[in-house]
Design a protein around this ligand. Structure first.
Ligand SMILES: [Zn+2]
Ligand SMILES: [Zn+2]
Length: 97
């Protein structure tokens, strides 16, 4: 499981095949867009940017259709690479630094 990297583990969804992904909380995302349909250069699924929350687990919000990053305090922050317009959330500041 650990490949000997001392660096911070990058948390991310895993591709299951068939346009399906699983997030770090074992939520299944089905019918995702494909890598040639990304809306931006960076994509929360296919090409995450090097933002300050890449070490936080990803959590897909099926109810809001957006990706969150769960900080160590249990707060879900919108993934910076998500295209969601409404990023209202209860924030403890972890997505700002
Ligand atoms: Zn936040
Ligand atoms: Zn936090």
């Amino acid at each position: 499981m650990d490949h000997g990297r001392a660096a911070q583990r990058i948390m991310s969804v895993q591709y299951l095949g068939n346009n399906s992904w699983v997030d770090d909380f074992n939520h299944i995302i089905v019918n995702a867009h494909t890598s040639n349909q990304c809306k931006n250069d960076h994509c929360t699924l296919h090409n995450p940017s090097n933002h300050n929350m890449v070490g936080f687990p990803q959590r897909w919000r099926q109810d809001r259709h957006m990706m969150e990053r769960m900080c160590p305090h249990g707060i879900g922050h919108p993934d910076p690479d998500d295209i969601a317009v409404n990023t209202t959330h209860g924030c403890d500041g972890c997505c700002i630094n």
